[in-house]
Design a protein around this ligand. Structure first.
Ligand code: DX5
Ligand code: ZN
Length: 237
């Protein structure tokens, strides 16, 4: 099946994967010299959603990963029945949707703060055959999503200020997730930043179902064991 833009319609199978409670390892903290092997380790441990942090040096100071890197692991992840969760921390995100969809993204999330046309960009992401997500910085009120409940498939609640891995979890994040559950009525709430086996339980209890973990997985000498520990603590699959 193809969309009107000619992109493969991946959103159907991705919807099932993203519908379950899951931990999504972020490759931002992986060893890029052996990226395929690192991804294989977490897939072998049960991970099926791989989180890709795209930063442009403008919306956030660092420059990280682009569509070439996403494409380099797309087949590996899809062949394992998994999905690519692309988190755009960039200005003008709408300009890059088609490129990331072509690279193999299954879900594309961009920042509410980075785009004056959030509704339009969410529509463009769905049109490209992907699940559409909107991310909120810690300083952006949960109420921002009230007009977006039917346009977004996912709301990403940042539990650190975006830009770097390894930051401390913001303690008020579970309360914000609870407010989003009440307000958003969207199908999925993802939490990103400072997630480990100690912090994940609080946001799971608050109602989030997708938990991004970067340094807690790939900063561990045994990423597979770390992934399993966080998954167990989250009550995830
Ligand atoms: C931060 C990124 C995160 C990052 C999380 O801006 O969006 O996805 O990889 O890293 P940890 O889990 O180390 O906080
Ligand atoms: Zn992220």
């Amino acid at each position: 099946m193809e969309t009107t833009t000619g992109q493969p319609a991946r959103a159907g199978s991705a919807a099932e994967l993203f519908g379950a409670r899951r931990v999504a390892p972020s490759i931002l903290s992986a060893d890029f010299a052996r990226l395929g092997a690192q991804v294989a380790e977490v897939i072998a441990a049960g991970a099926r959603i791989i989180h890709i942090d795209v930063m442009d040096g403008h919306f956030v100071p660092p420059i990280t990963i682009g569509p070439l890197v996403a494409a380099s692991i797309a087949d590996q992840v899809h062949d394992a029945g998994g999905a690519l969760d692309v988190h755009l921390m960039i200005e003008r995100p709408g300009d890059h949707v088609a490129e990331f969809a072509r690279a193999g993204a299954d879900c594309i999330t961009f920042h509410f703060e980075a785009d004056p046309h959030v509704n339009r960009t969410l529509g463009a992401i769905r049109e490209a055959g992907c699940l559409a997500g909107v991310a909120l910085n810690p300083g952006t009120p949960a109420t921002s999503v009230t007009e977006l409940t039917s346009a977004a498939d996912l709301v990403l609640c940042m539990s650190v200020n975006p830009g770097w891995g390894g930051q401390e979890f913001i303690a008020s994040s579970p309360d914000k997730v609870s407010r989003l559950v009440d307000l958003a009525q969207v199908q999925r709430i993802e939490v990103d930043g400072g997630i480990d086996a100690d912090t994940v339980g609080s946001v799971a209890e608050a109602g989030a179902t997708l938990f991004v973990a970067g340094s807690a997985v790939f900063g561990d000498p045994e990423p597979a064991d770390a992934y399993r520990r966080i998954t167990t603590a989250a009550g995830a699959t």
